[in-house]
Design a protein. Structure first.
Length: 252
């Protein structure tokens, strides 16, 4: 029955407000966790940076899965997906979040509508409204994937103010992840953004044998409980998900 199903979900998913002693978000992938000190610290601002098709969204989806499994609710602001395409992408990685979505443990807010052209007038103030939404939301975790759309219409000072505001929110207990494309920012701006963030994960593609694989470099994880690993290589297989390649076999 519907009542029984809800009871089962309630047993599996704890109330996020009851996770006050939770210190990290596990990704749900043991090998990935090892490279980022067992997971991302709660109450932190994480930057996930890289070029196109380097696995930024895949990494955020894995982190979302880990948060769901720990009973944490998540707000996802995405310029990359609709709610339907997001759920399908998760399913293709063998991460079925349909029940979590149905019961509101993850809310998806698409920021890019087909057929609608963003203009400066519409973009002005949107980052401030995004910060206000995260502040007022009951969800302890917020993910912005990606920030690149905003750079075409937003001044650098506004972008930096956004990251500073996010840092204030994490000091108040929120956990925020932001993805961005390296090419969209001047190097000086990137340096300043990286310094504001508590964690910095850099994504790239590299040649492994006769094929390209995705590489994650954990540049820093502030407040990590143990020394972080440096590089993680992985592939994504439809129907299987993220497959970590042991570094003993890697030659980068």
């Amino acid at each position: 029955s519907l009542k029984g199903e809800k009871g089962n979900m309630a047993a599996e998913l704890s109330d996020p407000t009851e996770n006050e002693d939770l210190q990290i978000i596990s990704t749900g992938n043991t090998e990935l966790d090892k490279k980022i000190a067992d997971g991302l610290p709660m109450g932190s601002l994480t930057l996930i940076e890289g070029e196109n098709d380097t696995g930024k969204s895949i990494l955020t989806q894995q982190i979302i899965w880990g948060a769901m499994r720990q009973g944490l609710s998540v707000d996802l602001f995405t310029t990359e997906n609709t709610s339907r395409s997001f759920i399908k992408q998760m399913e293709s990685m063998s991460l079925d979040i349909s029940e979590y979505f149905a019961w509101g443990y993850i809310r998806v807010f698409p920021l890019h509508v087909a057929g609608f052209e963003w203009k400066k007038e519409e973009m002005e103030g949107i980052l401030a409204r995004l910060v206000a939404h995260i502040r007022n939301s009951k969800s302890p975790v917020a993910i912005i994937d990606s920030l690149t759309l905003f750079t075409k219409y937003t001044q650098t000072d506004t972008i930096l103010e956004f990251f500073t505001s996010c840092k204030t929110l994490v000091d108040q207990g929120k956990t925020i992840l932001v993805t961005l494309h390296t090419y969209a920012f001047e190097e000086d701006t990137l340096v300043r953004i990286r310094s504001i963030c508590d964690a910095h994960l850099f994504m790239k593609k590299d040649l492994f044998g006769d094929k390209y694989v995705m590489v994650m470099e954990a540049v820093k994880v502030r407040g990590a409980r143990k020394t972080i690993g440096n590089l993680l290589m992985f592939e994504v297989h439809p129907g299987y998900g993220m497959k970590v390649i042991p570094m003993s076999f890697a030659r980068i």
